[in-house]
Ligand binder design. Structure first.
Ligand code: MRU
Length: 349
């Protein structure tokens, strides 16, 4: 298969609808679907057609703006009331990634001073576009900061897909790899397959191959052996929600990797934008952890691999305690040491 050096994008605003890369079909098919209604957006987020914290936020923002265009014959007060209801509906699509509610609240706040419905409708579209534009730049900055930590020839391990298609562009944990490929810096990535639904195997490898990154796929249970035998230099992951003390929720299996990093004495980096921080929560025990359909565990790609009737536990995320995190790489810089203090600083507290 021939790959050109491109950094893919997954969400695009098309004036009358949203064009979305259906990530459930990757890597076998590259299909873009059109979302015309708020229900289409809710379903796409719940079904993981779009996934990854920033991309969920961007899509939900467009979904809210899209829905608001269809409100007819309302006063501005009624319009705002309806917008709040739609915000709550979209916010219920997935519980863990805080970027979702962050983006929705930002849209609602953007029309606080709007005097007319027409003004509010236009503002909502502009604000949603602005969120996407800003996220691309933020990811590029995260990539630059992360790349400053890596030497030519480094071998890095990652999990899930904190990549270009999980954000506006470039990604968080994968941003340094896209930038390195553009600059002919040689970084070798080991991608953990990420059961149950294989975001690492299906998405990260697809994305990095397109970008010309040297990527090797492993199954999740190969991590310790791979670190020992291949000489992994560091682990880098994304995040869905980071609390005031630096505890970090990310894809299930991330906590295992943080413990392995400690055992092997290698750095464990979290890469995330400020929109992924929830400083209203003191620590990770307060983060709502999504539990998903047992079929994701009993089946692989629709084929049953476990007996009918078996009990299943399927948490989609885990929480890595702050003391296992070497640094959090944000657009505002690299946070290390007392993470709680550093987080307060970047939020001006
Ligand atoms: O269930 P998913 O695929 O939405 O989980 C995604 C992750 O855990 C990512 O690492 C995180 O959202 C960061 S994406 C830049």
């Amino acid at each position: 298969m021939t790959y050109t050096k491109t950094v893919p994008q997954s969400v695009e605003w098309k004036n009358t609808h949203i064009s979305l890369l259906d990530q459930t079909k990757l890597p076998l098919e590259t299909v873009f679907i059109d979302l015309f209604t708020i229900e289409d957006v809710w379903d796409s987020i719940t079904a993981l057609k779009v996934r990854g914290a920033p991309a969920i936020g961007i899509t939900a923002a467009y979904g809210l703006a899209l829905s608001a265009q269809s409100y007819k014959s309302l006063s501005i007060a009624e319009f705002k009331e309806k917008l709040n209801q739609d915000r709550d509906y979209l916010a219920s699509s997935r519980p863990t990634a805080v970027n979702l509610i962050w983006a929705l609240n930002r849209l609602v706040a953007s029309i606080e001073c709007a005097k007319t419905v027409n003004e509010a409708k236009t503002t909502l579209i502009h604000e949603a576009i602005q969120i996407q534009v800003e996220d691309e730049e933020v990811c590029r900055q995260i990539g630059e900061h992360a790349l400053s930590l890596f030497k030519d020839g480094y071998k890095l391990l990652t999990i899930c897909n904190a990549g270009s298609i999980a954000t506006a562009r470039f990604g968080t944990a994968l941003a340094p790899f896209h930038l390195a490929a553009q600059r002919n810096v040689n970084l070798k990535v080991f991608a953990s397959e990420t059961r149950p639904i294989l975001q690492g195997a299906r998405l990260t490898t697809w994305e990095l191959l397109q970008s010309g990154v040297d990527v090797t796929l492993i199954t999740d249970n190969m991590a310790a052996h791979t670190i020992a035998v291949k000489g992994i230099d560091a682990i880098i992951v994304g995040a869905d929600r980071i609390t005031a003390n630096g505890d970090t929720a990310n894809k299930i299996g991330t906590y295992n990797l943080a413990l392995l990093a400690k055992a092997f004495g290698i750095p464990f980096y979290v890469a995330a934008p400020k929109s992924t921080f929830d400083i209203s929560l003191q620590n990770g025990s307060e983060i709502p952890i999504e539990e998903r359909n047992p079929d994701e565990v009993t089946h692989i790609s629709g084929v049953r691999v476990a007996p009918e009737g078996v009990q299943v536990y399927n948490p989609a995320f885990d929480v890595t305690p702050n003391d296992l995190i070497t640094a959090i790489i944000t657009e505002a810089g690299i946070l290390q040491g007392d993470l709680g203090l550093e987080i307060r600083k970047i939020f001006g507290e």
